[in-house]
Design a protein around this ligand. Structure first.
Ligand code: VG1
Ligand code: CO
Length: 557
């Protein structure tokens, strides 16, 4: 294997955000832009972490992935990696990459995806690197990579031809080899071990239960048919937008009420199906819907946790601990309390759950941003969440005769609220604001925090405390600060402000609003109505309109 040394110059701004490096495709298509970052990554890892080792490579099928895969493979070869396992056609979901790293005992893996951001020549591209236990690289590594991107001067590339990604099998180039693998098989095997497939099949094959899964023309298109249809007996027409496309069919592959509107309309339409779900670009997010009913992600993780032991074989001895990101509602906290389980609150982004899982402290976790998962891998997992929900519904209906009324998604959620109370929750996103105004707003809020004290009045609410969230990792002691400004009131209500770390242009402001309601007679109120006073308070406290010039959010979840 001959290795070429390619001279290069640093690019500015190659700093990773909440989840990998994300930029417009045009930025990534500049000569050496991606190559620089990949080389900087190898320059940041201890050699024993990759020399002669195995790396997994996958992606969500978006525009530029094919070219990017060839660049990554060549640089891996040039830096002494032993083998790259790449998904056929460059396809592999984020959870499947995490699963394959673990199963094949690989040193790590690359995911070519900007997740829920749109794709195509004018939109976004991204790259994530996961470590040997399958978890997103920690900040200690990503900070090093960024440092190295600022001084890089050469790239090492294996002098090999482009690999034919459309054909399964292995090609050898001396000490280096590439194997094109089935992106589904390992992941499917894992799902069969986690869940009771015959239980789920008993539900999906019923004629009185109708299921629909929207792959949004993204990566789960490759997984939906083999899993839901071929293995679990769902009808072939239950999969919509099931072919991965480079531009996601001009869509925005983000499973929420705004961007998965087609699916929402079907579920809320006349005689809609009983269960609907969708996943995002790279397959780690999920949205769960019942007939004319939306399950808030914060409730979803709480309900999965409360039912896991009974309905999912993987949890048959009970979950070890539960965790959520800071802005996620406190519904999960109440389940942890009732089940007497250790509980953790971490900053936004999945990378903070991994350490807790590796230490055996955490089994089930989630984020309000449509991310739910467990320690079966080290990423959030969209299809896992759908299978978890199907397990719950299947278990509740397993003795129902044909024609008998089934227990529905909304029945399960209403029961949960009746037991635990309801945490009303909503998030307002203001996408692509001017960075200057958005930064000033956060500065203003930090200043407000520093002047605030318990007992201060905010309209009809009394302040319990306000801070800018800081997290100390209980496993390695690392500290991250400035993770979101929060105002917590004496009745448990919260308003939280953050700037997104996953956008590719301007600044996205996120406002999170939460209020607890113990009284079951008040649970069937629309969240926007129930939260109206608190939403108004959040907007006036932050002077959001003044700072950003925005009257309305772009997305409400
Ligand atoms: C967003 C979400 C966060 C999630 C992250 C990655 O980050 O808020 O909860 O972990 O996206 O999700 P931010 O910084 O934009 O708020 V994904 O599906 O892009 O891997
Ligand atoms: Co994603």
């Amino acid at each position: 294997l001959r290795i070429k040394t390619v001279p290069t110059q640093p690019f500015e701004g190659q700093k990773t955000g909440t989840s990998g490096l994300r930029k417009k495709v045009k930025v990534f298509m500049q000569e050496n832009y991606l190559a620089n970052w990949i080389q900087a990554l190898f320059d940041s890892l201890p050699p024993e972490d990759y020399k002669n080792g195995v790396l997994i490579l996958g992606g969500d099928g978006r525009y530029f992935n094919r070219e990017a895969a060839q660049i990554i493979i060549k640089i891996a070869a040039g830096n002494g990696v032993g083998q790259v396992l790449v998904g056929m056609d460059g396809i592999m979901s984020t959870p499947a990459v995490s699963a394959m790293i673990r199963k094949r005992k690989a040193n790590g893996g690359f995911i070519m995806s900007a997740s829920h951001n749109p794709g195509g020549p004018d939109y976004d591209w991204g790259i994530k690197f996961n470590y040997s236990s399958g978890q997103p690289a920690p900040e200690s590594i990503t900070d090093k990579i960024y440092g190295n991107t600022l001084s890089i001067s050469e790239i090492k590339m294996g002098d090999i031809p482009d690999v034919d990604l459309s054909r399964l099998g292995r090609v050898d180039y001396g000490a280096f080899s590439v194997e094109v693998v089935d992106p589904v098989a390992d992941y499917l095997e894992l799902m069969e071990n986690v869940f009771d497939f015959s239980l789920i099949r008993s539900l999906l094959s019923r004629s009185d239960f109708r299921f629909i899964f929207d792959a949004m023309h993204a990566v789960t298109g490759a997984y939906a048919k083999p899993i839901f249809v071929d293995k679990l007996g769902a009808s072939p027409d239950s999969i919509s937008n099931g072919v991965p496309l480079e531009d996601f069919g001009h869509g925005h592959p983000d499973p929420n009420l705004t961007y998965a509107k087609d699916l929402v309309d079907v579920l809320y339409g006349e005689n809609g199906p009983d269960f609907g779900a969708a996943s995002d670009g790279d397959g780690d997010r999920n949205m769960i819907l019942g007939r004319a009913f939306f399950v808030t992600p914060s409730d979803s993780v709480a309900i999965i946790a409360a039912n896991a032991q009974e309905t999912i074989p993987y949890f048959k001895t009970g979950p070890k601990g539960l965790a959520r990101s800071m802005p996620t509602s406190g519904a999960l906290d109440r389940v942890a309390e009732k089940l007497n389980l250790p509980f953790y609150e971490v900053p936004t982004g999945w990378k903070f759950f991994g350490n807790l899982m590796d230490e055996g402290k955490l089994s089930i976790c989630g984020e309000e941003s449509f991310g739910t998962g467990s320690d079966h891998i080290r990423e959030k997992d969209g299809i896992w969440a759908v299978l978890a929900w199907l397990s719950i519904i299947a278990y509740r209906n397993k003795d129902k005769k044909p024609g008998e009324k089934l227990i529905s998604v909304s029945d399960v959620v209403n029961e949960h609220w009746a037991t635990y109370g309801r945490n009303f929750f909503s998030r307002y996103d203001y996408e692509e604001c001017e960075s200057e105004g958005a930064n000033k707003m956060i500065e203003y809020l930090r200043d407000l925090v520093s002047k605030s004290k318990a007992g201060d009045k905010y309209g009809s609410y009394t302040l319990h405390f306000a801070d800018d969230f800081t997290y100390t990792d209980p496993v390695d002691g690392s500290v991250v600060s400035k993770q979101g400004v929060r105002f917590v009131f004496t009745d448990g209500s919260r308003i939280i402000f953050r700037l997104s770390g996953t956008g590719s242009a301007g600044a996205t402001v996120r406002v999170y609003i939460e209020q607890f309601e113990p009284d079951a007679s008040k649970h069937n109120v629309d969240a926007q109505t129930a939260l109206k006073p608190l939403i108004d308070l959040a907007l006036s406290t932050s002077k959001l309109k003044e700072f950003t010039g925005r009257e309305q959010p772009t997305v409400i979840t």
